[in-house]
Design a protein around this ligand. Structure first.
Ligand code: ADP
Ligand code: ADP
Length: 222
C-alpha cells in the first residue's frame, strides 16, 4: 500500500528535464528520506507531489488520487517549505490561531496540544521575531500538522538547526509517525541525517531516483 506512487514522471524547465522519467514508491506509514545533492531535483519532486506545480509526463498518485488532485487531498497533506514565513510581530500561538481560522479548523484545545507536541508551550506567547531557527522550524511543523495530515512533506527541515534542535525535531517526527500513523517524506542532502529516523530511503541524482531501499538494507551493505 503506497501513499505516493509515481512512474515515468517528467518535469521540464525550458529544455532541461529537472525530473527525468522518475519512479517513486512511498509506503504508507513510512518515514521516507529523499536524499540527493543540491540541484538533484528534490524540491521540484516534492512540489509536484504537493501539486504546487504540474508535471509534464508520467503518472503520479498521491493518497490514492492522480496528480491534479483537488483541495480535499491537499487538505490531507501538510507541508513545510525551506523558509517558513510568519507574522513575526505576533506570538507563536497567535500565528497558529490565525492559521487555523484560515483553514477552517479553529480549536483552542488542539492548538495547545500541538504547541505542547512541538515543545513550544513555554515560548507560545513570545513574539516570533524572538524565536531561534529551531523554534521557527517547530512552529512551522505545528502549523503543518494542525490539520492532522495523513502525509507530511518536509523539504530540508533539519537545515540550519543546532544539535538540540535536530534532536527535538527527530523525536517529533518519530512521534507523529508512530502515534498518529502519519506518512512523512523528508528531503536532505546528508544521508546520515536519516539514521534512526527514516524507514525508507530514496537516493536521487540528476532528476532520477537511483534506488529505493529500506534503511536497514543500506546499513547491511556498508
Ligand atoms: P534540489 O531540491 O535537489 O536542490 P531543485 O528541485 O531545487 O533541486 O532543482 C533542480 C534543478 O531544477 C536545479 O538545476 C534548479 O536550478 C532547477 N530549477 C528548480 N526550480 C526551477 C524553476 N522554477 N525554474 C527553472 N529551473 C528550476
Ligand atoms: P532548493 O534546492 O531547496 O529548492 P533553490 O535555491 O534551488 O532551493 O530554489 C529556491 C527557489 O528558486 C525554488 O522555488 C525554485 O523553484 C526556484 N529556482 C531554482 N532554480 C531556478 C532557476 N534556475 N530558475 C528559476 N527559478 C529557480
Amino acid at each position: 500500500d503506497y501513499c505516493v506512487l509515481g512512474s515515468d514522471i517528467v518535469k521540464r524547465y525550458g529544455n532541461k528535464k529537472v525530473i527525468n522519467e522518475l519512479d517513486i514508491h512511498v509506503p504508507k506509514h513510512s518515514i521516507y528520506g529523499l536524499i540527493g545533492p543540491n540541484g538533484a531535483g528534490k524540491s521540484t519532486l516534492l512540489k509536484a507531489i504537493m501539486n504546487l506545480i504540474p508535471i509534464d509526463g508520467g503518472d503520479l498518485q498521491v493518497l490514492g488520487n492522480a496528480a491534479g488532485m483537488g483541495m480535499r487531498e491537499l487538505e490531507r497533506t501538510g507541508s513545510l517549505i525551506e523558509y517558513p514565513c510568519f507574522y513575526d510581530s505576533l506570538s507563536g500561538k497567535e500565528n497558529l490561531h490565525i492559521h487555523s481560522k484560515y483553514m477552517g479548523y479553529h480549536n483552542k484545545k488542539r492548538i495547545d496540544e500541538i504547541l505542547d507536541l512541538v515543545d513550544l508551550t513555554k515560548e507560545a506567547d513570545k513574539k516570533v521575531e524572538n524565536y531561534s531557527m529551531g523554534m521557527r522550524q517547530r512552529l512551522a511543523i505545528a502549523r503543518a500538522i494542525m490539520v492532522m495530515p495523513e502525509l507530511l512533506i518536509l523539504d530540508e527541515p533539519i537545515n540550519a538547526l543546532d544539535p538540540d534542535g535536530i534532536k527535538k525535531m527527530r523525536e517529533l517526527f518519530i512521534h507523529l509517525n508512530e502515534k498518529m500513523g502519519t506518512t512523512i517524506i523528508i528531503s536532505s542532502h546528508i544521508l546520515s541525517e536519516m539514521d534512526c529516523l527514516a524507514t525508507d530511503i530514496g537516493i536521487m541524482n540528476e532528476g532520477r531516483l537511483l534506488e529505493e531501499k529500506a534503511l536497514k538494507e543500506i546499513h547491511k551493505e556498508n
